[in-house]
Design a binder for this molecule. Structure first.
Ligand code: AR6
Length: 182
C-alpha cells in the first residue's frame, strides 16, 4: 500500500499520493497540457489514451488555445473522472525564474477556479511542468503546496484536492509538505 499524506484546511482536505492520475475517480483530473491543447507525451499522453484520443482531441480543439498559466475544461469521456481540466504550466527555460513561478502557480489557481465554477467537489493534479517542460521539481513542490493551501484557505472548496505524484516526484513533495508543517 502506498502512503497517503493528508492536510485539513477548514472544510477541505489536501492529499498527496503516489500513483497514476488516469485511474483517479474524482470529479476532475488535471492534465499537464500545452497551449495548443494537442495530445503530447508524459501524463498528457496517458490521459488522452485513457479518455479516448479522438473524442478528447475534438473537445480540446473546441476550447483551444490555452495560454500558459490558464486552464480549460472538457469532459473526461472514458476516464473515471467526469472532467479533464487542461492546465498549461511554463516551459521553464523560456522565462525568468520568478515569472516561471508565477505562471506555474497561476496554472493551479486557474484549475481550482474552474473546478469551483463547475461546482466540483474533488480534483486531482499531477506535478504540472516538472517533466517535459523542465521546471525543477525541488523548486515547484514548496511553491505549489503553498499555493494550494492558500487557495483552499481562501475559498474553502473544492472539498478534496489530491496531488497524484509519479514515483520520481512523490518524495520531493512529501519532504516539502513536512517542511511546511514544521
Ligand atoms: N500520473 C501522474 N503523474 C505522471 C503520470 C501519470 N500517469 N505520467 C507522468 N507523470 P509531463 P509537463 C508525471 O512531462 O512537464 C506533454 O507533451 C511526470 O513524472 O507530463 O507539464 C504536454 O502535451 C512529471 O513529474 O508534463 C505538453 O506538451 C509530471 O507528471 C508537455 O508535455 C509532469 O510531466 C507538458 O510538460
Amino acid at each position: 500500500m502506498s502512503e497517503t499524506l493528508s492536510l485539513h484546511i477548514g472544510q477541505s482536505r489536501l492529499e498527496l499520493i503516489e500513483g497514476d492520475i488516469v485511474t483517479q475517480a474524482v470529479d476532475a483530473i488535471v492534465n499537464a497540457a500545452n497551449e495548443a491543447l494537442q495530445q503530447g507525451g508524459g501524463v498528457c499522453g496517458a490521459i488522452f489514451r485513457a479518455a479516448g484520443v479522438d473524442q478528447l482531441q475534438r473537445a480540446c480543439n473546441a476550447v483551444a488555445p490555452c495560454p500558459t498559466g490558464e486552464a480549460r475544461i472538457t469532459p473526461g469521456f472514458a476516464l473515471p473522472a467526469r472532467y479533464v481540466i487542461h492546465a498549461v504550466g511554463p516551459i521553464f527555460n523560456l522565462y525568468a525564474p520568478e515569472e516561471a513561478d508565477r505562471l506555474l502557480v497561476s496554472a493551479y489557481h486557474s484549475s481550482l477556479a474552474l473546478a469551483r465554477q463547475y461546482g466540483l467537489q474533488s480534483i486531482a493534479f499531477p506535478s504540472i511542468a516538472t517533466g517535459i517542460y523542465g521546471f525543477p521539481v525541488e523548486r515547484a513542490a514548496p511553491l505549489v503546496l503553498r499555493a494550494l493551501v492558500d487557495d483552499l484557505r481562501l475559498h474553502q472548496a473544492p472539498a478534496l484536492v489530491r496531488m497524484v505524484l509519479w514515483r520520481d516526484t512523490f518524495p520531493i513533495y512529501r519532504a516539502a509538505l513536512k517542511q511546511m508543517q514544521a
